[in-house]
Design a protein around this ligand. Structure first.
Ligand SMILES: Nc1nc2c(c(=O)[nH]1)N[C@H]1C(S)=C(S)[C@@H](COP(=O)(O)O)O[C@H]1N2
Ligand SMILES: [Mo]
Length: 316
């Protein structure tokens, strides 16, 4: 289902050309639908290799989800706010797992891409991620389409994994190998980098579920607006539903914004607040709360409160 907001039809779904590209290992590998194949191996009853036609023959799903980069894994607390909302088409991983038949000892699903290169002082790496079997089975989709067109080369053509509730780093592009295993893989992108200690905790966890976060998109950061009553609007998202967004102008109170419900897909949710902006410079901030009760911190972490600056002009 595609939902568009009548006031911002161009923004609800991010156009493909505006979706960020994050390649850790250099240029994209050259793959195509005629030569691509996916092997499913390890702790399975029936190891298999699927080609693109076989994948197309399985049941297809279509959904909209927030696609967000965690940020630079060497600087895990720095906000980057690289976020988009896109529609994916593909085959639930569960369908493929069903064909292969995971053995009872299988606990983890390893997902490996075809790209090879060097990163963080290690050479000849592949891009490898892993998820617990139950989570991978419940949420991962083997996607071949973005916003109704085939994946473009930089976004993982012909097939990538998408883990809709998780940070983009888990959505392995150019997916060519799935391994079922009893253990997590020791690897730069699984256990060395892309790990974090959440606020108030001391355990080191892999970077998986998205944080609660929000971003102001209107007015434009650094721009000018006519003074008067203006709509302050943006999007909020989390691994679950966002339940409230508040906006603060200058040193004023946090005011509840109007927030759209999330609907059946893990998409972002629009928020808006009409507010009077007196002539002069303003600082506008937004912060979201999610269904798990998580709140964006004011400072200090990658999902810290977003702040923009605008100037209201009398004759703007
Ligand atoms: N094979 C492979 N998959 C990958 C990556 C990569 O470098 N190689 N980068 C990851 C990261 S960190 C992110 S944020 C997303 C980016 O997806 P995009 O480039 O399609 O926006 O892909 C993820 N999957
Ligand atoms: Mo990323």
């Amino acid at each position: 289902m595609i939902r568009t907001d009548p006031e911002t039809p161009d923004v609800y779904l991010t156009p493909v050309e505006d979706v960020f590209v994050r390649n850790h290992l250099g240029p994209h590998p050259r793959l195509d639908t005629d030569t691509w194949s996916l092997s499913v191996e390890g702790l399975v009853e029936r190891p298999l290799r699927l080609d693109f036609r076989a994948l197309e023959g399985l049941s297809q799903t279509r959904f909209t989800a927030v696609h967000e980069c965690f940020g630079n894994p060497l600087h895990p607390t720095v906000p980057t706010r690289a976020v988009t909302n896109v529609e994916w088409t593909g085959v639930p991983l569960a369908e493929v797992l069903e064909l292969a038949g995971p053995r009872p000892e299988a606990r983890h699903v390893w997902l490996e891409g075809a790209d090879r290169g060097d990163f963080a002082g290690e050479s000849g790496l592949s891009f490898l991620k892993d998820l617990p079997l139950a989570e991978a089975r419940a949420e991962v989709v083997l996607a071949h389409g973005m916003n109704g067109e085939p994946l473009r080369p930089d976004h993982g053509y012909p097939v990538r994994a998408v883990a809709p509730r998780m940070f983009g780093t888990n959505s392995v592009k150019w997916l060519t190998r799935i391994v079922l295993a009893a253990e997590r893989p020791e690897h730069v992108f699984t256990t060395r980098l892309y790990t974090r200690v959440l606020p108030g905790e001391s355990v080191v966890r892999p970077v998986r579920e998205k944080d609660v976060c929000s971003k102001l998109l209107a007015p434009k950061d650094g721009g000018t607006v006519p003074a008067g009553v203006r709509e302050l609007a943006g999007y909020a998202w989390s691994s679950g539903e966002v339940t409230a967004v508040e906006v603060a102008v200058d040193d004023g109170d946090w005011l509840p914004a109007e927030l759209e419900r999330r609907g059946p897909h893990p998409s972002w949710q629009r928020f808006r607040l009409r507010h009077h902006l007196a002539p002069g410079p303003h600082r506008i901030r937004c912060r979201a709360v999610d269904a798990a009760g998580r709140v964006q911190p004011l400072t200090g972490d990658r999902n810290a409160v977003h702040e923009i600056r605008v100037t209201a002009l009398v004759n703007g």
